[in-house]
Design a protein. Structure first.
Length: 240
């Protein structure tokens, strides 16, 4: 696709899928900048059309017989059945599959914002709408752009990256208020201890009010109440 062909044309989801591959030609930078712009545009446009939604974050390695998988699946199921919210995930396995499955089994929308990785990550079979990305930062912005609540479940480096980015954006006022839930107290309590005893008390790298940026709970009813009382967002308060 040359520069003239690009003018006035936005990439479709199929176009984005095609271009989600390494760029190796001499004009890499122009192509990459164009692709970044279109990924942001496609992701944000899709999010604006969804209506109320909840974004789930978490590790891809949990199997369907793991307690974390089962808890996430049941929570997502209730969110769709009782509140009729859309479920947004990264579209992969583990927590992402569990949340997608919970939505799918209740005839809800399971949106998967998938990412192309050096080691291919398959889209889970419960995703009802896939939005593909090559760039992590474009996907991360899209996942939080209009969502009403972010639910963080057990995960690895990727989950922590997404978590601390959202916390930083809220702490610095660069994004509107989004309830952030740490779901699974057994997993999150050790991190809470580090935040309170090391970040806050020992090194004073955060303020006491920053502890109010998140809620740690295992209680599904508490999660549902937080979602019900959350502000409906349209992206206008994102990335100020």
């Amino acid at each position: 696709m040359n520069e003239e062909e690009n003018k006035g044309k936005h990439l479709s989801e199929e176009d984005v899928k095609y271009y989600c591959k390494p760029l190796k030609s001499s004009d890499d930078e122009e192509k990459k900048l164009y692709q970044i712009e279109e990924e942001f545009r496609a992701g944000i446009d899709a999010m604006k059309k969804l209506g109320p939604s909840v974004s789930f974050y978490g590790g891809a390695r949990f199997k369907e017989d793991h307690k974390v998988y089962k808890k996430v699946q049941h929570l997502a199921n209730r969110i769709v059945k009782e509140l009729n919210y859309n479920i947004i995930t990264g579209g992969g396995g583990g927590v992402m599959e569990a949340a997608s499955r919970g939505a799918y089994e209740t005839q809800g929308n399971a949106i998967g914002l998938t990412i192309r990785l050096p080691k291919e990550q398959d889209t889970n079979k419960y995703v009802t709408q896939e939005i593909p990305f090559r760039f992590f930062f474009a996907r991360q912005v899209s996942m939080s752009y209009t969502t009403e609540v972010c639910i963080f479940c057990p995960g690895g480096f990727g989950t922590m990256n997404e978590l601390f980015e959202i916390l930083t954006l809220e702490q610095t006022g660069k994004i509107g208020k989004i309830p952030i839930i740490f779901f699974d107290t057994e997993y999150w309590k050790p991190l809470e201890k580090v935040i309170e005893e090391t970040f806050l008390k020992k090194y004073e790298t955060i303020a006491p009010k920053d502890l109010n940026l998140y809620t740690i709970t295992d209680d599904e009813d508490t999660v549902l109440e937080i979602i019900k009382s959350s502000k409906i967002r349209d992206g206008e308060d994102s990335l100020n």
